[in-house]
Design a protein around this ligand. Sequence first.
Ligand code: KIV
Length: 261
Amino acid sequence: MRRTVKEFRQAKGKRLVYLTAYDYPSARLAEKAGVDAILVGDSLGMVVLGYPSTVPVTLEEMLHHTKAARRGAPETFLVADLPYLAYATLDRALKAAERLLKEGGADAVKLEGGEEVAEVVQGLTRAGVPVLGHVGLTPQTASQLGGYRLQGKRPEEAERIFKGALALEAAGAYGVVLEMVPALLAKEITERLAVHTIGIGAGPHTDAQVLVFHDVLGLYGEFKPRFAKRYLEGERLFLEALSRYAEEVREGVFPGEEHSF
Ligand code: KIV
């Protein structure tokens, strides 16, 4: 049965599993694997749509993928990312969240940033929209942070991230993603917050973990973030299978009698 927002609000200390999924087959697999929550992340812009970053992702694209993921995982709590600039004002955020929840079937939305987005998070939660926060490396504004690199090594950076997480909690976020921050900082934030933290590249001390589907299955070319663990060499296995199919067609091996009527 699908978990409720209340369960996630009370998820402190539970080692919940989040996984991204972006379409019917990936969400179906995630649900069958028994993950606690699916994140339709705007990382889909890179791993599914081939954009160089998450910046070009549109609300229509998020909606399209959220709907497909929901069809694949009707029983799993599903969070959809608000794309870049879709929450630049509370009005825009409410309109985008309305579409992702009503049309897309999402249970919650996620947005990036700390103190600077707290007002929007408060407006959304007051309107009844469950919100997941995201601090540390925030990919939509990675360029302003010096690229895809560890955040919070310097004391002033760590303080900004810490304050950001606190501001998100105070604004009503039901949880906070900590991306690419030192494990010790993630531990301190996790100990301080009453809501659950979800780590990606944040070490072992966060309440929950999240990984990108394509990183787990080795489906994003040669690129492998250091924090991700590859549980399958998917690209190699897919390539072998597809090459065999092509070979068998060319050699007249496929279709065989068992595939013919
Ligand atoms: O877009 C995404 O997939 C994310 C996760 C990496 C947390 O934001």
